[in-house]
Design a protein around this ligand. Structure first.
Ligand code: HAM
Length: 525
């Protein structure tokens, strides 16, 4: 029975537990295997990076960067300075004269340590830091003079002191990764991967973090399985092969009934997307009054995102808006047509969706999304697209790129809803032992059986046979190996099949042979 404790997983995060984790492992193994057949290698970037990396790559105006990142300071200044910073930052307003004087003393120490950190280079000599130290000094110097005048006088000065302390910039600003494309591009540049045979094809899996409103299929820590292709070529065959790879993976993992939507959003040249956005904006201005507040705002900030609207009453209006496919430049139009031909060549079914614009800034040309049945509103199980120029934007050489990320949580949910959840995790053999001699044999038997690849449960304390068999049954064990002192001295072990209660006697080598033969016959033990 679940019990409530003081500590619970943070909202939007969760524990993945057995037996469900077996399904996660199966999905991940399938990804390793399928992506391997497409000659992708695994990359494991860190889960935090400088905030600026994501701000530049994903875009400062996107929801992800502007509202949803978990950002924190990485204190690279001295431990002592950090400690003082935290003490003052979290100090309550002083109530007594002594507390006021203590706070002034702490601030004095922080100023001394801070100034020497400035000299040694542990604290950056920025105008903000210099000003913050001056301010801290100013407020700290006021405290002793008013220490005996009560909280009404000291409170505001203490608050101003704390504010000044927060202005001190002790280190880099880092963020938990909300996605991994930016990290992969950073790694490509950092490791000079443009020197390798191109394109470089990598995949990753792991947790991502976005502070979104949690709901079914939407978490604050969620898992992605993604892949990226980086290099000198933007051949449409690369786009098509990447898409073919995801579809192959979904097929292999047993996710049927998915829909692939594709689009091209052109590129950032005057005769392509910007010209279309102008037209779209003009058309939106005409119907502005009929749109909701969000869309009205987006006409100014990012008109393309209006196309993403799920508001029922906006759908008929959006259907009348100009379509990007009709406004692509010659090269982008040719690229899009070729991607479609390449998909057909590979037998990949797709639906064109002119409204598919995606919510990250780095995309150009091909965009795609895959949706699955039974997931409600959060039904996108994969999103991706082309992002030529992103590596360059991050300070690397001109590079083309395309990739995708699968939402693993949603994929698992969808598999479960389609009856493909994990089977309860049984045991092959439960060793029911009684007696000290039997225990030593049981330990050895467990080791041998495990080495042979069987899952074995060995109870740590002695149980009466009746109780042990009950346990074995509850744990979904296929067999119980009964080892009492008699069995051990006779060298004849009893194996009970729990499903029907039948028993067989074996010598030790016979037992191993028997179990191996059952396994070889393809039965789950
Ligand atoms: P994205 O569309 O932001 O793209 O995310 C990809 C997938 O991650 C979504 O389709 C969804 O399945 C899953 N996902 C996103 N947010 C959540 C959440 N809060 N909870 C559960 N699942 C979620 C990207 O991240 C790009 N980096 C994809 C890419 C790679 N484009 C090119 N290369």
């Amino acid at each position: 029975m679940a019990t409530k404790s003081k500590f619970q997983a943070i909202r939007g995060t969760r524990d993945l537990l057995p037996p469900e984790t077996a399904l996660w492992n199966h999905v991940e193994q399938t990804a390793h295997s399928v992506f391997g057949t497409f000659a992708f290698g695994e990359i494991r970037p860190p889960v935090f990076e400088p905030t600026e990396l994501f701000a530049r790559a994903v875009g400062g105006d996107t929801d992800i960067v502007s509202k949803e990142m978990y950002t924190f300071k990485d204190y690279d200044s001295s431990q002592e300075l950090q400690g003082l910073w935290i003490l003052i930052f979290s100090a309550k307003d002083p109530k007594t004269q002594d507390e006021t004087l203590d706070l002034a003393k702490l601030a004095g120490k922080l100023i001394a340590v801070g100034r020497s950190a400035l000299e040694s280079g542990q604290l950056s000599k920025t105008p903000e830091n210099l000003r913050a130290l001056d301010q801290i000094e100013l407020y700290a110097s006021k405290l002793p003079g008013i220490a005996n005048q009560g909280q009404r006088e000291t409170g505001p000065v203490a608050a101003a002191l704390r504010d000044a302390v927060t202005e001190l910039d002790l280190g880099d600003e880092l963020s938990l990764r909300p996605e991994a494309t930016a990290s992969v591009c950073r790694a490509y540049i950092e490791h000079g991967m443009q020197q390798l045979p191109q394109p470089v094809k990598v995949y990753y899996m792991g947790p991502m973090f976005r502070r979104e409103r949690p709901q079914k299929g939407r978490y604050r820590q969620f898992y992605q399985i993604g892949a990226e292709v980086l290099g000198g070529s933007d051949a449409p065959a690369i786009d098509a092969e990447v898409i073919e790879m995801v579809m192959t993976f979904f097929d292999r993992v047993g996710l049927s009934d998915v829909e692939l939507d594709i689009n091209s959003i052109g590129h950032n040249a005057p005769d392509c997307r910007p010209a279309y956005v102008q037209k779209l904006k003009a058309a939106l201005e005409q119907v502005k009054d009929k749109l909701g507040a969000d869309s009205q705002r987006r006409i100014e900030t990012n008109p393309l995102r209006v196309l993403d609207s799920k508001l029922e009453r906006e759908q008929a209006i959006i259907a009348t808006l100009p379509r990007i496919a009709d406004h692509l430049c010659t090269e982008c139009a040719a690229h899009y047509a070729a991607v479609k031909r390449q998909l057909e060549l590979r037998g990949v079914f797709f639906k064109e969706n002119w409204r598919l614009v995606r919510g990250l800034d780095y995309y150009m040309r091909t965009t795609f999304e895959i949706t699955a049945k039974g997931l409600g509103s959060q039904n996108a199980v994969c999103g991706g697209g082309r992002y030529d120029g992103l590596v360059e934007l991050l300070g690397g050489p001109p590079t083309k790129g395309i990739g995708f990320a699968i939402g693993e949580d949603r994929l698992i949910l969808s598999l479960q809803e389609n009856g493909k959840g994990a089977a309860p995790q049984g045991r092959d053999v439960y060793i029911a032992w009684m007696g000290e001699r039997a225990y030593a044999t049981a330990v050895r038997a467990a080791k041998d059986l495990r080495n042979a690849g069987f899952s074995v449960e060995l109870p740590p304390t002695e149980l009466k046979f009746g109780k042990a068999l009950e346990r074995a049954d509850k744990l979904g064990s296929r067999y119980a190996l009964i080892l009492g002192d008699n069995e051990v001295s006779e060298g004849s072990w009893t194996l009970k099949t729990l499903a029907d209660g039948t028993q067989q006697k074996f010598t030790e080598p016979e037992l191993l042979e028997f179990l191996k033969s059952v396994k070889a016959s393809g039965e789950r033990l």
